[in-house]
Design a protein around this ligand. Sequence first.
Ligand SMILES: [Zn+2]
Length: 249
Amino acid sequence: MAQLTTNAIVLRRADYRENDRMLMLFSPTHGRIEALARGCRRQKSPLMAASEVFCAGEYVLYASGERMTVVSCAVQDTFYPLRSDFERLAHGMYALELCAAAVQPEQENERLFLLLLRSLAHLTYSAIAPRRVTAVFLMGLVSLMGFRPQVGRCVACGMPIAPVVPAGKDRDAPIAAFSPERGGVLCTACGAGEPCRLNAAELDALQAIMRRGIKTLDEDAEISDALFDALRRMAEERMDAPIRSGRML
Ligand SMILES: [Zn+2]
């Protein structure tokens, strides 16, 4: 029997018995944790906020045999305003579900934890288009899972691809393609049959995400529908479980 104090965020919850809930927590140091929040659905329960999805805080857990129980939680953020904007909420739920599929028990992943919290903070408190936030999250997630997207050279022939508008072409001319299956960009020759074409600005945005991660959200960029769908497929195909909340995006 032992006590564990860890930062964590609630990825999922399920009502249990009359007043309890089972929580799926994501801890940066202990990975995915299932924990019982006793009495949290009672009026005035001190665990009421701590047993809602998106709640991030310092959780004190008590382990007895196989079971973890929430003792207390110092709430840091509930991302509450997300609930007033359906589109932003859907992006937030999607990020939580991806983490639930990606994170394993007892697996340390501090960087993914921080990426998730920062992405949720942008979705909740900034005016940045939610699909840009999710695009950065998806690129970071697959990188941290060991499938780093290749965006500087063609994944088929290895030719370097620079985000430059070709002489005599307009700004929207495709200069590369993106393949979700291969997890990277293709030159125009290798990517002739790919549905997701990239113009110079989109390739530049992808390369910036790989260099600077979430800091690129300070700059202007656009993510087309085709590119957003391709990034989603790239991440979802690398998960063991189907990601259902993606349908709401
Ligand atoms: Zn090529």
